[in-house]
Design a protein around this ligand. Structure first.
Ligand SMILES: *Cc1c(COP(=O)(O)O)cnc(C)c1O
Ligand code: SF4
Length: 438
């Protein structure tokens, strides 16, 4: 981390910050207004120089996918070996972003199609994603919403946000609201306070979550004033995005401590990125550093099929190998869940190594992380009890509040005792078309 201090000094000097001016560095507003938005500035501040023809190609890249790097995040780049640097790779354009593959998509997760009103994506039965803005302090090169984020710096109008809130109010199945973007912490404390207070008023909303990358890319945004606002909401969770242990600087740790001290449960989502963190040892280190800072690893994402991300993608096998290296080998709560967000809008699908080796009518053969093979003997006399989903007559004596979810869905439908469905059939197959003709 020595170079990090040296770098910070160098960049501060190139900004002509000295004396009292140095306090500006820790002012997130100064950081935002001095974000690096072109290659010349990047060269000037970091001292890294590119060849003329590389620079031309970089310009083309930036025209399609703009650049924005906070001076703070730029100071974490190791200038001596920037080509291999995980911070550089996540923040600085790569000319390969322009290599489009036939399977790349503008909106691989169909977030637009599953959007009933601007800003809201309603995909799962009981929760919605609520985007408040398109902007971020740092534009991650691996951003899945590349087509939107940075397109035009855009914060939804209060009117649009009200539409979103209205949708949540009217849709009583929504018990969890995931506030996202862009980065919601790009908005002012007052504005966030307003949105959170409006959502909290809705009786059926049980939890709110904010997804933000600020603790990693601009930790100075976590001010005492912001924490004071967030602390008021006792049903609020925060998810951050750290992708490499090098992002967990002292400054980032202070920001996380402020949030944790105020009682907000913290989670982290990591994106699996080729050349950045596609290594079990780096990943384990990252997860260990996170739990040390009271951040619970939540998801490890397989990189999406968005345009411009091809050079970041790994085979799924790499993710499985990473999980194989963590499950059992380290604390369970330091192990994230590895998921692929289904192209076409199917939501997150968990991927885990295989642990069940075989099965008989009353025995399950399993293997553990060391390769030990064991048998779990199932009970000889287990009487499954019929479930009519009407908990009133159940001998488990669980007097559930009127359950919201009476209708079984998906595979649960097939498992249900009361639903008569015997198969889930894709629509529009030749077989189904033939049936209809008769
Ligand atoms: C990820 C996501 C959620 C939240 O999913 P969890 O598994 O509950 O974290 C909700 N809506 C959309 C559209 C999402 O992509
Ligand atoms: S913080 Fe999130 S939304 Fe913003 S650029 Fe990074 S990945 Fe995209």
């Amino acid at each position: 981390m020595e170079f990090y201090r040296k770098n910070t000094k160098k960049i501060q000097k190139n900004f002509s910050l000295k004396g009292n001016g140095l306090n500006s560095w820790r002012d997130y507003k100064w950081q935002l207004s001095h974000s690096i938005r072109n290659i010349d500035t990047f060269e000037h501040l970091t001292g890294i120089k590119f060849e003329e023809d590389t620079k031309k190609k970089l310009q083309d890249t930036v025209e399609k996918f703009p650049i924005s790097i906070t001076p703070y995040y730029a100071s974490l780049i190791d200038g001596e070996n920037y080509i291999q640097d995980p911070i550089f790779k996540q923040s600085f354009p790569d000319t390969r972003e322009l290599d489009l593959m036939y399977y790349d998509m503008k909106d691989p997760l169909s977030e637009d199609e599953d959007s009933p009103v601007t800003g809201i994506t309603h995909r799962y039965p009981d929760r919605v994603l609520f985007a408040l803005t398109n902007t971020c302090s740092m534009y991650c090169r691996h951003c899945t919403r590349k087509r939107k984020v940075s397109d035009v710096d855009y914060t939804y109008s209060r009117k649009q946000i009200k539409e979103g809130i209205k949708y949540i109010k009217e849709t009583t199945v929504v018990r969890d609201v995931l506030i996202s973007g862009g980065d919601p912490f790009m908005l002012s404390d007052d504005y966030l306070d307003w949105v959170l207070s409006e959502i909290r008023k809705i009786p059926h909303v049980e939890v709110m979550r904010i997804g933000t990358r600020m603790p990693a890319v601009l930790p100075y945004r976590i001010t005492n004033e912001l924490v004071k606002v967030l602390k008021k909401y006792k049903n609020l969770w925060i998810n951050t995005q750290f992708n490499h242990p090098r992002e967990l600087t002292e400054t980032a740790e202070i920001a996380l401590a402020k949030l944790a001290d105020s009682g907000i449960p913290l989670g982290n989502q990591t994106v699996l990125l080729a050349g950045v963190n596609d290594c079990p040892r780096i990943m384990k280190k990252l997860m260990h550093r996170l739990v040390q800072n009271r951040v619970r690893p939540y998801y490890l994402y397989q990189c999406d099929l968005s345009e411009g991300l091809n050079h970041f993608r790994t085979p799924v096998g790499k993710g499985i190998e990473i999980m194989e290296n963590m499950i059992g080998h380290t604390s369970g709560f330091a192990t994230p869940r590895y998921v692929i967000d289904a192209p076409g809008g199917g939501g997150k699908i968990p991927i885990i190594p295989n642990y069940i080796i075989s099965w008989s009518t009353n025995k399950v053969v399993l293997r553990n992380f060391e390769g030990t093979i064991c048998v779990y003997k199932e009970p000889d006399s287990y009487l499954p009890q019929f479930c009519d989903r009407n908990c009133d007559n159940c001998n488990l004596q669980l007097k559930l509040e009127p359950a919201r979810e009476y209708n079984p869905r998906g595979i649960v439908k097939l498992l249900s005792d009361v639903d008569k469905t015997v198969s889930l059939v894709p629509q529009g197959t030749e077989r189904i078309k033939r049936r209809k003709k008769r």
